[in-house]
Design a protein around this ligand. Structure first.
Ligand code: AMP
Length: 395
């Protein structure tokens, strides 16, 4: 795997695909700069070597050129984070951009305008990619969040740098973290899969059954399994057409010697709202008119035992409707167990969507070994897919 460490950037211009798709408020101020901060180590290394940096990113989903999606809104914040006055051009290809890139001196940073102002970006257009490539000497991909898309700036551009393309620090960290869970893992390995639906996680489940010793299933997914096993789930969320699949998963797990842990009790509510009446009931005896919205105390005890015995933990998806305060406990507790295991030396990776928001919301992020920055990209990696943005660098 070729990384930044393999290149001395002295007097070189690095074209870096970053993911600066940050949330802005109504005054176009950056609300959360995590993604800009995440790219800093890569940029710092190149500048420290004596190179210069050309940053390219998308922002939002513009239809053509739309002022509100201009990357000019983030120039000040990026300058502040990098400690360098960032230059900006109001385009990402063309004569003016070429001139700005050519004039760039070692130690300087140039930010290009939103790549998605051109439909050629998402279309993976060769000519567009070639123009972007012409701006620098080395291509660095540090945008994990878009690595699952074969866009011009994430994938096609790499063709123009057969010898000079590398992973940025962030992307390399994402790949290494996942390898630590799925390839070079220390046993026992436990995956916790939660979230609402079996259907959206099925490929992940199938892929990880070969890699884990324990699989904890929680969240709304639970009830498709419980119903398939003959349990009474009341009004809980369920995908009836996935019951057979659920049974197949359980059989496959047995075959592969993977221990599956389902909740044994739940916090049931008499409505899908925070102030609904609640009671703890057995997961397979939920009365009609009630629905399971969080893991119950016995389930959490069981999950705790498994987690604390694990040396490698992957967490994807909440254990309950954590957006509602009264049903967040299971997800928070699970986070605490993983934090405890991590403190005792386990490697923990949280990735792929809602569990990342939960971990951030409950202040657990610093207690995990690694929290992934890319929702969809991480999910696809967990599904065992090779992401085009990663394949293009490895090629
Ligand atoms: P996903 O996007 O598939 O990871 O699912 C995340 C969503 O699942 C969150 O918005 C949770 O509120 C929801 N969820 C978790 N547990 C339950 C449950 N028991 N019933 C309904 N929704 C749930």
């Amino acid at each position: 795997m070729k990384t930044l460490a393999d290149i001395n950037f002295k007097d070189k211009k690095a074209v870096i695909r970053v993911d600066f798709n940050v949330p802005l408020d109504e005054n176009f101020a950056v609300v959360d700069a995590t993604r800009i901060e995440a790219a800093k180590p890569t940029i710092d290394k190149i500048l420290k070597d004596g190179g210069s940096v050309i940053l390219m990113s998308h922002l939002g989903r513009p239809k053509g050129k739309e002022e509100k999606y201009s990357l000019k809104h983030i120039v000040a914040k990026t300058s502040e984070i990098l400690g360098v006055k960032v230059k900006f051009v109001e385009d990402c290809i063309g004569a003016e951009v070429e001139k700005a890139a050519a004039n760039l001196q070692p130690g300087e940073v140039l930010l290009l305008e939103n790549l998605r102002f051109y439909k050629e970006e998402e279309a993976g257009d060769e000519g567009f990619a070639k123009k972007l490539a012409g701006l620098g000497d080395v291509y660095v991909n540090d945008a994990f969040g878009t690595a699952h898309r074969a866009h011009a700036s994430t994938t096609i551009i790499a063709n123009y740098f057969p010898e000079n393309k590398v992973f940025g620090e962030l992307l390399a960290k994402e790949i290494k973290s996942l390898d630590k869970v799925l390839k070079n893992s220390e046993k026992p390995v436990t995956a916790v899969l939660g979230g609402s639906k079996v259907s959206s996680k099925i490929t992940v489940i199938e892929n990880i059954l070969d890699k884990v010793d324990h699989l904890i299933i929680g969240g709304g997914m639970t009830f498709t399994f419980i119903k398939a096993l003959g349990g009474k789930i009341g009004d809980s969320i369920c995908e009836d057409d996935k019951q057979e699949l659920a049974l197949e998963i359980l059989a496959k797990a047995k075959e592969k010697n993977v221990q599956i842990h389902l909740p044994v009790d739940v916090i049931a509510a008499d409505g899908f709202k925070n102030d609904a009446n609640t009671k703890v009931v057995a997961v397979n005896e939920i009365p009609d008119g009630w629905q399971g919205l969080d893991a119950g105390p016995k389930s959490l005890e069981n999950f705790k035992t498994v987690i604390l015995e694990s040396k490698t933990i992957l967490w994807n998806g909440p254990l309950g409707v954590f957006e509602m305060e009264n049903f967040a406990n299971g997800t928070i507790e699970l986070g605490n167990f993983i934090a405890e295991a991590t403190e005792k030396g386990a490697f923990s990776l949280v990735g792929g969507g809602d569990s990342v928001s939960a971990v951030k919301q409950f202040g657990l992020e610093p207690k995990m070994s690694y929290v992934s920055t890319g929702g969809g990209a991480m999910l696809e990696m967990l599904e065992g897919k090779t992401l085009p943005g990663i394949a293009a660098i490895l090629d």
